[in-house]
Design a protein around this ligand. Structure first.
Ligand SMILES: *[C@@H]1O[C@H](CO)[C@@H](O)[C@H](O)[C@H]1NC(C)=O
Ligand SMILES: *[C@@H]1O[C@H](CO)[C@@H](O)[C@H](O)[C@H]1NC(C)=O
Length: 443
């Protein structure tokens, strides 16, 4: 099972130097729409907040297969029925437009993959999509990358005579962790992002995938995926110098979300500065360029500091992936057990188990009661991030509150609940991630 984008596009940026946009200078900001917010096409008004959380938790576990290392070693699912696992490519959506004239696309913003793609006409085999399909023949700026070009070779594209779409176009194939896939033409076209802080910004000659053959667990209300990973063909990498290697996001905490949108900032708008900024180095793994690894040294529960020793990555550098597309924070099993014990000692409440949710540590707490929660500090190298209660405990029903951390074997992920209420900035040139406690509703 191929875990992530198998199409590795090598050193693409060296070939496309014209990729920059005057309007991007000074930075810009776009909306990041939580999939369960009323602004999202995936919003289901019939779901209760606790059902939404439950589904988000299940998607956290489903997403683990997305992060499976390319080299052997399997990711164990937590002890819950596999049949309940819902696939997840990310918890947030973004709106963008492709082509000239621009055709709007509602795409999943996926920090766990790289390629930007949409379903394209003609469709050999597409999943049902609510919005009209992108028709490349109607875009004056659309151009396939020819099979015979050096660019196709550099992008590790394939050339197959019986391929879908235009026969002479360079072909891509991306397989996601759950056997969903997209196959199509590698092309360039203008990509337009709707800035919330000024004029829309356009990026000509952006590498996109024009998917003619897409199947799996894609939702009909979405029309594609925008890869926000660290690989060569991701949006972030392609925007490259025009955003000075900088982007940031501020995720609104689950409880105060309402119909507000979180924000994704680029360039100068993504600089995280001022007092209270904590920074930690990004550790790049050349075999898994998509993911941003940080180094977790310990987690403190009040005054008890538990050193992180992961059996798979030791206490070495780059032992945890930071990901906005996973709701829970996932920690390697033995470390998680130590953390759970320390937390439970402080809380001391009546424990309940809820197999529906798949989280090991939950307490019975009525709406009128307060849980005695410990202060939890996450010690990344050089950055002691002090979490708030909203980052560590979530009410999943009228009488149950759960710890937003869960175990897995040989993999650790710093999830989006832990990141909510922080401005999280990535500086790819300076190779650092910064955290600053912030009111994300004010961005
Ligand atoms: C900006 O982009 C959005 C979404 O693609 C579109 O609806 C809007 O009309 C655009 N605005 C301008 C001024 O082009
Ligand atoms: C937890 O943090 C708060 C706020 O910083 C502080 O007042 C309190 O003393 C801390 N509690 C413990 C047990 O360390």
């Amino acid at each position: 099972m191929a875990a992530l984008a198998t199409t590795a596009f090598a050193l693409f940026l060296l070939c496309v130097s014209i990729f920059s946009s005057v309007s991007a200078k000074g930075g810009f900001t776009i909306d990041l729409i939580h999939r369960d917010s009323p602004r999202s096409p995936f919003y289901n008004p019939a779901e209760t907040p606790s059902q939404r959380l439950e589904n988000a938790f299940r998607r956290s576990f489903g997403r683990l297969s997305h992060f499976k290392p390319t080299t052997s070693s399997s990711v164990a699912q937590p002890n819950q029925a596999e049949s309940t696992i819902i696939n997840n490519r990310g918890e947030y959506l973004m709106e963008l437009a492709i082509g000239t004239p621009p055709v709007p696309i509602k795409a999943i913003a996926d920090t766990g993959s790289d390629l930007i793609w949409t379903q394209c006409k003609p469709c050999d085999d597409c999943y049902t999509q609510t919005d009209p399909l992108f028709d490349p023949s109607k875009s004056s700026t659309y151009k396939t990358v020819p099979c015979s070009s050096n660019q196709c070779t550099e992008l590790k594209g394939r050339c197959s005579s019986e391929g879908s779409g235009s026969g002479s176009a360079c072909q891509y194939e991306v397989n996601y962790g759950d056997q969903s896939y997209t196959i199509g033409d590698i092309a360039v076209d203008t990509l337009t992002l709707a800035s919330t802080t000024g004029r829309n910004v356009s990026f000509p000659k952006t590498i996109i995938g024009c998917g003619h053959n897409n199947d799996g667990t894609f939702d009909k209300k979405g029309s594609g995926i925008v890869g926000l990973g660290g690989g060569d063909e991701s949006l972030i990498t392609q925007l490259g110098t025009s955003i000075d290697g900088k982007f940031s996001y501020c995720l609104i905490p689950f409880a105060s979300e309402g119909d507000q949108t979180s924000k994704l900032n680029f360039g100068d708008k993504a600089v995280v500065s001022g007092s209270g900024v904590l920074s930690t180095p990004i550790v790049k793994d050349q075999t898994r360029k998509t993911f941003f690894f940080l180094t977790l040294e310990a987690i403190s529960v009040d005054n008890t500091k538990i050193p992180f020793s992961s059996s798979s990555s030791g206490s070495g550098e780059g032992n945890i992936i930071i990901d906005s597309g996973t709701t829970l924070t996932i920690l390697e099993q033995s470390f998680y057990s130590e953390l759970e014990e320390a937390v439970d000692k402080v809380v001391g409440g009546e424990r309940v188990s809820d197999p529906q949710i798949g989280i090991p540590l939950c307490y019975k707490v009525s709406l009128s009661q307060d849980l005695k929660v410990p202060n939890i500090t996450v010690h990344f190298t050089g950055a002691d991030v002090k979490l708030e209660q909203q980052n560590t405990f979530v009410r999943v029903s009228d009488d149950t509150v759960c710890f937003a951390f869960a175990p897995a074997q040989s993999l650790s992920i710093y999830g989006n609940l832990a990141q909510a209420g922080f401005l999280v900035g990535y500086d790819l040139k300076g190779k650092a991630v910064s955290f600053k406690p912030s009111d994300c509703t004010k961005f």
